[in-house]
Design a protein around this ligand. Structure first.
Ligand code: NAP
Length: 261
């Protein structure tokens, strides 16, 4: 791995995105740390990246806004000269967990805009940028990673909008993988399980019970996932450990996806 590779990680100020940024820094990447509102957290993330010996910069931008996406990509290219890895990590949970029969359009529109439309058009922009770049020695122009969720295939009837949108992001991985494989750009999906972040902070007791209650809890590996668990999976992709895989799904979920008797 050369030290000059660069990554854009959306939503890297906190949680899973921060964990990804730190692991990529350990792999020698320079990181553009995107955030939408929490500049203090973004600076903390950058400081942690620097502690590993890595470097990068913070960049405000709302992935659901076209002008912000264009500015972000231009900014990364200005700062790093090229972009080798995009991680579509930024995402939001519903503000209110509502029964499927009461779920509102406003919530759906927000989830769609941030969790699916934003990543879709950001990926389109980044792919066009990568296509202009010379391939590396192995023919790679870039890699793209989408952070979906076990919710892409698991029903939760009090946040069905989130599940539906995450399923869309899973499909997005496949179509971009298909379109870009011939151009030296591999696209991957990482499906985290229950990870300890601000997003799950409000439902900690519920998941404590589900995960830790007994040896038949919802995950065979009986612990909460940590941002670093997801970061290490992204790092393996960033280090080109899967050159002959594209459109692949990586479950980073403590075995949640297993069907057990
Ligand atoms: P989190 O702790 O709530 O952090 C969310 C991050 O996304 C923050 O950096 C936030 O920036 C950023 N963000 C939110 N809206 C944005 C926007 N419109 N544009 C740009 N950045 C935006 O969430 P997390 O738990 O780390 O989740 C990260 C991803 O993993 C999400 O896609 C989530 O759906 C997925 N996921 C999470 C879990 C879990 O158990 N936590 C499980 C499966 C999948 P600010 O700091 O500026 O607000």
């Amino acid at each position: 791995m050369t030290v000059s590779k660069s990554a854009l990680v959306t939503g890297a100020s906190r949680g899973i995105g921060r964990g990804i940024a730190i692991e990529l820094a350990r792999a020698g990447y320079r990181i553009a740390i995107n955030y939408v509102g929490n500049a203090v957290a973004a600076e903390e993330a950058l400081a942690l990246v620097r502690t590993t010996g890595g470097d990068g910069f913070t960049m405000r931008g709302d992935v659901s806004v076209a002008a912000d996406r264009a500015r972000m990509v231009a900014n990364v290219v200005t700062n790093f000269g090229r972009l080798d890895l995009l991680v579509n990590n930024a995402g939001v949970a519903p503000n209110v967990r509502a029964d499927l029969l009461d779920a509102g359009e406003e919530s759906m529109d927000r989830l769609f805009a941030v969790n699916l439309k934003g990543p879709f058009f950001l990926t389109q922009l980044v792919a066009k940028q990568m296509l202009q770049q010379n391939p590396d020695a192995e023919g790679f122009r870039g890699r793209i990673v989408n952070i979906t969720s076990i919710s892409a295939y698991t029903s939760s009837i009090n946040r069905g909008d989130y599940c539906v949108v995450k399923a869309g992001l899973a499909m997005m991985t496949k179509v971009f993988a298909d379109r870009l494989a011939g151009d030296g750009i591999n696209v991957y999906e990482i499906r985290p399980g229950v990870i300890a972040t601000d997003m799950t902070g409000g439902v900690k007791e519920k998941y404590d019970k589900l995960i830790l209650r007994d040896e038949r809890g919802i995950t065979p590996i009986r612990r909460w996932g940590q941002p670093e668990d997801v970061g290490r999976a992204v790092r393996a992709i960033a280090e080109d450990r899967f050159p002959f895989s594209t459109g692949a799904v990586f479950d980073v979920d403590g075995g949640f996806h297993l069907h057990r008797l």
